[in-house]
Design a protein around this ligand. Structure first.
Ligand SMILES: Cc1cc2nc3c(=O)[nH]c(=O)nc-3n(C[C@H](O)[C@H](O)[C@H](O)COP(=O)(O)OP(=O)(O)OC[C@H]3O[C@@H](n4cnc5c(N)ncnc54)[C@H](O)[C@@H]3O)c2cc1C
Ligand code: FES
Length: 268
């Protein structure tokens, strides 16, 4: 784990705002590129970094590593309409410095014997799956990415996705791809998959958990939790898994889906 000051190379909005009456509104989603050789060298897909979002906020914010290119690292983050940290981050400019530490946590684990990988991303879930998909593709795995969002304007742009990965999309309101949730696509794609890797809201895992099509498949999911320190000190990220308590920042964020009891899959 390294504590670094990274120079911002680029910080640009990628997805538009979304006003929501019954959920937190979104002011947009940004892609930020950082010059950060210490983290670029070490990080593995599914790991995250803690970013200090301004002097006034005492708690750093966790973000998955989205992409790695030579000595650069990208984060893909939602700016919450009421989110102080992400608002601050979206206002940083090229040339500004950012304090962060990482890489943290346990990432996704691809088995040597696997050939066909299925990635399932709900909303911002594409953040760690991009890095996983790009690295796995370069190692010769065959990949399918199921990507879902509430509406077309919140779907990660296809032109930014890595080439060589089969893409299938779904939106809740049917404005792009198949109408419905991304988890509803799963039964049609699981039979060929040796392993399934998911990242999305807990509601997505709740829908996936009882699916007969996933019963005998290894499914790894990245779990979000409210984090204070990211270092195993504050116990703020503790979750109950089937055989005891775990800290998402140290034991996760990636867990096996069948280790997570139903009560842990309620919204945080
Ligand atoms: C391992 C991990 C990886 C993540 N990766 C990404 C990513 O790649 N892209 C992305 O957009 N978001 C990601 N998140 C969620 C992101 O950390 C929150 O959206 C962000 O902290 C909100 O900060 P804020 O100051 O804008 O919001 P505020 O609501 O002002 O934050 C208040 C406090 O709550 C915590 N918090 C609020 N929402 C969350 C949440 N959903 N998860 C964890 N802590 C939360 C913050 O850390 C902070 O301490 C990740 C979370 C975790 C745990
Ligand atoms: S965030 Fe503090 S122990 Fe996990």
């Amino acid at each position: 784990m390294k504590q670094v000051t990274a120079k911002i190379i680029r910080n640009e909005p990628v997805l538009k705002e979304l006003a929501r009456r019954h959920a937190r509104s979104i002011s947009g989603s940004w892609l930020i590129w950082l010059r950060c050789p210490e983290i670029a060298r070490e990080v593995r897909p599914g790991q995250f970094v803690m970013v200090r979002c301004g002097e006034k906020l005492t708690l750093p914010r966790p973000f998955s590593v989205h992409r790695v290119k030579e000595n650069r690292v990208a984060l893909f983050f939602t700016v919450w309409a009421d989110g102080q940290g992400t608002h601050w981050l979206s206002r940083r400019k090229a040339g500004d410095s950012l304090e962060l530490f990482g890489p943290l946590g346990n990432g996704y684990d691809i088995y040597r014997a696997s050939k066909n990988l299925l990635l399932v991303g709900g909303g911002m879930g594409v953040a760690p799956l991009y890095f996983l998909g790009e690295q796995a593709r370069d190692q010769g795995y065959a990949l399918t990415l199921l990507l879902g969002a509430q509406t077309a304007s919140q779907l990660y742009p296809e032109k930014l996705l890595p080439s060589g990965i089969d893409l299938v999309t779904a939106t809740d309101d049917g404005t792009a791809g198949k109408k419905g949730s991304v988890s509803a696509l799963l039964p049609d794609y699981t039979s060929r998959a040796d392993q399934i890797f998911a990242c999305g809201p807990r509601a997505m895992y709740r829908a996936m958990s009882p699916m007969p099509a996933l019963k005998d498949k290894p499914v790894q999911v990245s779990l979000e939790a409210r984090m204070g320190c990211g270092l195993g000190i504050c116990y703020g990220c503790t979750v109950r898994i089937n055989n005891g308590l775990r800290q998402v920042c140290q034991d996760g964020p990636v867990f096996n889906l069948n280790d997570l009891p139903a009560e842990e899959l309620n919204p945080i």
